[in-house]
Design a protein around this ligand. Sequence first.
Ligand code: ADE
Ligand code: ZN
Ligand code: ZN
Length: 287
Amino acid sequence: MMRFPRLFSLLATLLLVAPAALAWGPEGHAIVADIAQRHLTPEARKAVLALLAREGKTRLDQVSSWPDEIRKDHPQTGPWHYVDTPLRAPDYSRRRDCPDGNCIVARLPHFLRVLADRNASPQVRLEALKWVVHLVGDIHQPLHNADRHDRGGNDVKLVYFGHPTNLHRIWDTGILEQHTGLRMNPVNYSFDHAATLKVALRMDSRIMAAQRMQWTPAHPLADIDAEAVQWSDHAHRLAQRVAYGDLPARRPDGWWFAYQRKAWPVVRDQLDAAGVRLAAVLNAALR
Ligand code: ADE
Ligand code: ZN
Ligand code: ZN
C-alpha cells in the first residue's frame, strides 16, 4: 500500500524542483540583446565583437542568458537577478531592499563599471559584458522588482492558456510566447535564434523616435546608479498596477484572454526600453 503514495510523492517532488524561472526566458533576453546590437556605435560594436570573439561568438544574444546557465553552480549569484522590493512599498529603498549590494539595482552598475574599466582584463570585461546584457533585461521584468512574500510571483500557481504555470513564469516567458508564437524548449531552455531575431527586428522597427529618445539616458555611465533605481521603480509600478493589479482573485478558464490583452503591451514596452537602454549603456562604456 505504501508504493503508490511514495511514487506519487517522488513525482510531485520532481515537478516541484523543476528549474524556477529566474529571468526573462531566453527569448526575452535575446530580443533585448538583438535590439541593442542594432544601435551600437562603431566603437562599441568593435569592442563588443572583440570580447565575444574570445568565445567564438558574434552576437550578444548568444551570451544573453549565460548568468542563468551558471546560476546553479554559483548560487550566491541568484539574488543578483532581482530585487525584492515589497509590493506595497511605493519604491525601492537601498537600506531595506539591497543592504549588502546583493541585488540587481547594485550589481548592474557594478558590472557596467567593470566593463568600462580599461585596466580590467579582457576575460573579466567579457564576463561583465554578459552580466550587463542580462541584467538590463532582468531589471525591466516587473516581477524582478517586486515581491509579495511569494518569490516574485513564483509561488502564485495558475493556469495560463491551459498550461499549469505560475505568475512569475508567465511574465518571464508566457506572455511573450503567447503573443509571438515563439516557444522555448522547457527542458534545456534552447530556442530558435533566427525566429527570435525576426521578432526583435520587427519590434525595433516599430519603436517611435520620441519613445526612443525618452528611454535613452543623457549620461548612461555617470548616472548609472540613479538610472538603475529609476528603471527598477518603473518596473515595480508595473508589477503593482498590472502584474498583480490586473490579476483576478478568481480565475475561471479563459481569464487569461483579458489579462494577456493588458500584459502584452507592458512586456513589449519593457523589452523595447531594455534594448534601447542596453545600447546606450554599452555605447557609453565602450567609447
Ligand atoms: N526569488 C525571490 N524573489 C524573486 C524575484 N523577485 N524574482 C525572481 N526570483 C526571485
Ligand atoms: Zn536573470
Ligand atoms: Zn524571472
